[in-house]
Design a protein around this ligand. Structure first.
Ligand code: NAP
Length: 321
């Protein structure tokens, strides 16, 4: 898979252009600041009464209502929660100039039809592979964050070049731009969030902790083993890959891993992973996300309260982690 780097990216498609960033949160702030520091004319668009208005102005950026910000802009990036995209696009569509570029940092809104862009627009995605804070700090350090990019609609014939120029202005071309589709990015991202890193792994840590505590191990020791060592694993996998990680640990740990891993991640787990991928592709999760927002996030509120009350959290506090 090709990583497209700065020397192969023409910045011209955004030269002298005006970019409106709608939303000033995790991605919005970092992207607006990186674009500004790359010489792009940026304006931040915010909803009425937004608490982020003062922050954007303090950061030295032009800020306005969403309507004023997008009016006449050459490119408009929607950088707000995915479940808010549909209403936000509805509010700005009448003010988008003909032939403008509409941009996203995640494929969900287009993949699952939350937004149906006007036919005259270019529709692109530039999805940095990490949080805005890291996107900004890497940029300031002269480095960059890997990003995926895609084109969903190419009314002008230049959408792909605009996406690359945008990624370059974010600093992502320093690390590499990797081409994908909205569907591939979205489905892989949602799958991982649910079935691997952000869904299954934390539940595995909690189950391991609970098992040791039920078996008579002190909660602090159980925490150090089952949760505390995750950072070591992540660092080794990032530096050396999964095979290299196995070679870097003791024979005792390696044999335990080889014998124990497949007992936990057996065929039934793999089948449930396939089920989750099918569910993601069916659009069921995207519908649940919108319903969750419509009801003011009842499941998320309950889950956050429950997570705070677990024994694993008390153990973390107890050892001052
Ligand atoms: N977070 C990440 O690490 C990450 C990484 C890659 C891609 N992405 C993608 O980037 C996009 C933005 O995510 P994010 O995490 O940056 O979002 P976020 O931080 O939650 O976005 C906050 C911003 O969105 C505005 N906002 C919130 N609800 C709104 C609503 N109902 N209507 C209009 N504006 C609303 C907020 O307005 P106020 O200022 O008025 O409160 C704020 O400016 C998403 O598509 C996400 O999937 C995120």
């Amino acid at each position: 898979m090709e990583r497209i780097l700065d020397p192969a990216i023409d910045p011209a498609p955004l030269a002298g252009k005006r970019v409106a960033i709608v939303g000033y949160g995790n991605q919005g702030r970092a992207q607006a600041l990186n674009l500004r520091d790359s010489g792009i004319d940026v304006v931040v668009g915010l909803r009425e009464g937004s608490p982020s208005f003062a922050r954007a102005v303090d950061d030295g950026l032009a800020a306005a209502s969403r309507r004023v910000a997008v009016d006449g802009a050459d490119a408009v990036f929607l950088l707000l929660p995915d479940e808010a995209m549909s209403a936000a696009y509805g509010a700005i569509e009448p003010y988008l100039r003909r032939g403008a570029t509409l941009g996203f940092a995640h494929g969900l809104a287009i993949r699952f039809g939350l937004v149906a862009p006007r036919a005259d627009l270019d529709v692109i995605m530039v999805a940095p592979k990490g949080p805005g804070t890291a996107l900004r700090s890497l940029y300031l350090d002269g480095k960059g964050m890997l990003a995926l990019f895609a084109v969903a609609q190419d009314a002008s014939g230049g959408a792909r070049d605009t996406a690359l120029a945008y990624g370059r202005a974010l600093g992502c071309g320093r690390a590499g731009m990797v081409e994908t589709s909205f569907a591939e990015e979205c489905e892989a991202d949602l799958f991982n969030e649910q079935a691997v890193v952000w869904g299954a792994v934390p539940d595995l840590l909690i189950a391991g902790f609970d098992t040791l505590v039920e078996g008579g191990v002190a909660p602090e020791i159980a925490y150090m083993e089952c949760v505390g060592e995750l950072k070591l694993l992540a660092e080794l996998v990032e530096a050396r890959g999964i095979a290299g990680m196995r070679e870097a640990i003791s024979n005792t740990a390696e044999l335990g891993a080889v014998l124990g891993g497949p007992k936990i991640v057996d065929e039934s787990v793999r089948q449930r992973m396939r089920d989750i991928l099918a569910e993601v592709r069916s659009g069921r999760f995207a519908a649940e996300l919108e319903a969750e927002k419509a009801d003011d996030y009842p499941l998320l509120r309950r889950a956050r309260a429950r997570a705070r009350s677990l024994g694993v959290e008390a153990a973390r506090v107890s050892i001052g982690d």
